[in-house]
Design a protein around this ligand. Structure first.
Ligand code: GLU
Length: 410
């Protein structure tokens, strides 16, 4: 089942449980609009290469669409659509005044120069400029995009509109109106969810064994936060392999040696595979890399008591069922990874009011939002006797369904 299809399955179930008619599902099962663009880029060797990009806007009944832009060779239209639906759900779960959006470009930034990336980023903004904007759809970073790319995009958009538009995009460098705490926000949010989940399961973070798959923005900062909280990070991985040490890895050293794409295992010879990593003996497992990592094939072999999804879509629906039946507490992506968009919202608010907050203020507000979101989802899962994913979808879909109904769309 592809990501879009499995998301639709859960949306349908969530709407049924909430008592909505079929028409609401018809509205919410697909994005309201998806734009496909072709972006010609002059490469450093003088030749022109034409890239394909997408921007999907799932729903804007609650407020403007919001969500990241992914640069990756495996981007597909269906994936971008599914990711935009998840952004709507995240906004609902942490109660932000947004709908969901997502963008992607089929490219491999690891093979491109700095200037080629700049031309591609600017070209993408020119191509989608008609449908985005600070009150329409606000992009942000995602897989393999960063604050520099956001800066180029903000500059390009401001040139097109002929006024400075910091609120067009979030995840910017601090010097251009970025927010303190945005860089580490996704990992902070995951950390809060781990802490809350561990509390419910009576697991002490101090000394707990943690395995993190992926060493990108979320995975690397998360490993650091877990390490600082006294947990033992026994396994980490990147796209090329994994490292394991039952006594705990030297996270500070690994952070120091990782490249900007999160690659670090190439420096070692005694690696294990990503497949082996997921099945390691541990208390807490955090898939923080890519989709479809925990499936019906390996769900029976997962040893962790808690699985917290920092990546988007790492566990299939079949695997969700198996883990839940085995009594493993699964904290779903739409809840666990919502720290990023929460601080993106704070960034946008600060841009709109032109008044900037301290890092402490941002973290304090993030903490409040996520603790409440976790409790809402967890208690709904308990009272309705459903798994955490379905509970998160029920919480996430409610406001946009209500807003769509009040607007008279359904
Ligand atoms: N790309 C991130 C996500 O998937 C952040 C989106 C945002 O900050 O708008 O949640």
């Amino acid at each position: 089942m592809n990501l879009l299809h499995s998301t639709q399955t859960v949306i349908k179930e969530a709407l049924e449980k909430l008592g909505y008619q079929e028409a609401m599902y018809e509205l919410l099962k697909e994005p309201l609009r998806v734009l496909t663009v072709r972006i010609p880029v002059r490469m450093d060797n003088g030749e022109v290469k034409v890239f394909t990009g997408y921007r999907s806007q799932h729903n804007d009944a609650v407020g403007p669409a919001k969500g990241g832009i992914r640069f990756h060779p495996d981007v597909t239209e269906d994936e971008v659509k599914a990711l935009s639906i998840w952004m709507s759900l995240k906004a609902g779960i942490v109660d932000l005044p947004y709908g969901g959006g997502k963008g992607g470009i089929i490219c491999d930034p690891r093979e491109m120069s700095f200037r080629e990336l700049e031309r591609l980023s600017r070209g993408y903004v020119r191509a989608i400029s008609q449908i985005v904007g600070p009150t329409k759809d606000i992009p942000a970073p995602d897989v393999f995009t960063n604050s520099q790319i956001m800066a180029w995009m903000m500059d390009e958009y401001s040139r097109i509109r002929e006024f400075d538009s910091p609120g067009f995009i979030t995840g910017k460098p601090i010097a251009l109106g970025g927010s303190h705490g945005r860089e580490t926000a996704t990992a902070k949010g995951v950390t809060i969810c781990i802490r809350e989940a561990a509390k419910r399961r009576g697991i002490k973070l101090e000394g707990a064994r943690v395995v993190v798959q992926g060493f990108g923005n979320a995975g690397s900062y998360l490993s650091k936060f877990m390490h600082d909280a006294g947990a033992k990070v026994v396994g980490i991985s990147d796209a090329y392999g994994a490292l394991y040490d039952p006594n705990g890895l030297d996270i500070d050293y690994l952070l120091d040696r990782r490249d900007s794409f999160g690659t670090v295992t190439k420096l070692f010879t005694n690696t294990i595979s990503n497949k082996e990593l997921l099945e390691l003996e541990c208390d807490i497992l955090v898939p923080a890399a890519i989709e479809n990592q925990i499936t019906a094939q390996n769900a029976h072999n997962i040893k962790a008591q808690i699985v917290v999804e920092a990546a988007n879509g790492p566990t299939t629906l079949e695997a969700t069922k198996i883990l839940t039946e085995r009594g493993i507490l699964l904290v779903p992506d739409v809840l666990a990874s919502s720290g990023g968009v929460t601080v993106s919202y704070f960034e946008w608010v600060q841009n709109n009011q032109g008044y900037y907050w301290s890092e402490e203020e941002v973290i304090e507000k993030l903490e409040k939002v996520l603790v409440k979101a976790f409790e809402n989802v967890y208690s709904l899962a308990q009272t309705r006797r459903v798994d955490m994913r379905l509970a998160a979808y029920m919480v996430g879909v409610r406001k946009m369904a209500e807003a769509s109904r009040f607007r008279g769309w359904v």
